[in-house]
Write a protein that binds this ligand. Structure first.
Ligand SMILES: Nc1nc2c(ncn2[C@@H]2O[C@H](COP(=O)(O)OP(=O)(O)OP(=O)(O)O)[C@@H](O)[C@H]2O)c(=O)[nH]1
Ligand SMILES: [Mg+2]
Length: 360
């Protein structure tokens, strides 16, 4: 899955990119070009499974990250477009807003609260989409009077007008019903406002400990209204903590009232917001985690592993993570009758350990 990180200048995007990917901040050389990295989702459940299965290899799921530089308000449109282009392939967006205070780190958007930054971010996304929709509409309308529009084009014209009205009213395209024709068309246009957005409020340590910063309520409310996910992080502080010896880290995190790493909170929020869950497989060589959407069936999950397994699917043996661990592995779970033999329509749940039987 591809996640695009964006937001105002100096809000801490690259800091979060480094925290998510494990790339060191000092090694990120370019301040003007996007940074890319693959972040492993180091799910501790997979570590436990490896311990039980005693395999040499484990394969985590991953997020492909792209971190784009913030651009100043006066940035020429062409340059802005060029930078934004790097978000085009992302399945989800992580928008970073700045609440932390600093005398050292410049703040080009001085005085702009986190809520105001969020408004600008939404406006930017809406504007980009309006442009795409209106260009497409224009192309169809240019034909009017020159030739008869096809039935397809007529339909598209109506849909595009509807979407355009929605965007004019600052309603996100993603709020259209997923079943609607509009939504299908929008998916083909890969609009930004159709994509899941998670907002990360980047706080300083004191704000984090106090669970407060100016406009916090407003930011949370506006995320809720727009259907954005929301997470709080203390980017710089958590990066500094990572430089400490392992045994001191927890102490500092506890003192600041921060539980779980920034990395865990970020990817948990992204996964939850995107309705993504994880299931596990194992064989003699490896244990492996897989990302799937909620409500994926056993047969579809088999397809994730290999298309042959889906095509020749017979049944799946499913054990919940807790049962697997409590019984010390598959044999124990089978003995206790906790390994379920399931058909193709069984819904996979988060943490399930799945063994697929197919007609090879
Ligand atoms: N005090 C403080 N400084 C931070 C925090 N997060 C990031 N910084 C610092 O702010 C500066 C900018 O952080 P970056 O992560 O590079 O910000 P960015 O959004 O990627 O900046 P651009 O790409 O230039 O738009 C760095 O010196 C960071 O160490 C924070 O939570 N608190
Ligand atoms: Mg940056």
């Amino acid at each position: 899955m591809d996640v695009g990180i964006f937001g105002p200048e100096k809000s801490g995007k690259t800091t979060l990119f480094c925290l998510l990917s494990g790339v060191s901040f000092d090694s990120v050389v370019s301040k003007h070009e996007p940074n890319r990295a693959v972040a492993e989702i180091r799910d501790p459940r997979l570590d436990k499974l490896q311990e039980i299965q005693n395999t040499e290899k484990k394969v985590y799921t991953t997020l492909n990250l792209v971190d784009i530089p913030g651009f100043p308000a006066a940035c020429p449109a062409r340059e802005k477009n060029r930078i934004m282009q790097n978000l085009q392939g992302s399945d989800a967006l992580l928008a970073v807003v700045r609440a932390f205070r600093s005398e050292i780190v410049s703040w080009p958007e001085v005085g702009k609260s986190a809520a105001a930054q969020l408004e600008s971010i939404s406006a930017e996304l809406l504007l980009r989409d309006m442009e795409v929709v209106s260009n497409r509409l224009q192309r169809i309308e240019d034909q009017v009077g020159k030739r008869k529009l096809t039935a397809e084009e007529e339909k598209e014209r109506v849909l595009l007008r509807n979407v355009s009205e929605q965007l004019d009213q600052e309603r996100f395209a993603g709020s259209l019903s997923p079943e609607s024709d509009e939504r299908r068309l929008l998916a083909s246009l890969s609009l930004f406002t159709c994509r899941p957005v998670v907002v990360a409020a980047n706080l300083d340590e004191d704000q984090y400990s106090a669970r407060d910063y100016p406009d916090r309520e407003l930011v949370m409310k506006s995320c809720e209204e727009r259907g954005f996910g929301y997470v709080e992080v203390a980017g710089r502080f958590e990066m500094e903590v990572l430089e400490l010896p392992l045994e001191e880290r927890e102490l500092f995190m506890n003192e600041a009232g921060i539980s779980g790493s920034c990395f865990e909170r970020l990817h948990d929020t992204i996964y939850k917001h995107l309705d993504i869950i994880t299931f596990f497989t194992f064989n003699e060589e490896e244990v492996r985690a897989w990302q799937i959407e909620q409500d994926t069936t056993a047969k579809q999950a088999a397809g994730k592993v290999h298309s042959d397994l889906m095509d020749h699917f017979i049944k799946a043996e499913i054990i919940s993570y807790e049962d697997f661990v409590n019984c010390g592995g598959i044999h124990g779970a089978r003995e206790k009758g906790l390994a379920k033999i399931a058909g193709k329509d069984e819904i996979i749940r988060d943490g399930d350990i799945v063994r697929i039987r197919a007609n090879a």
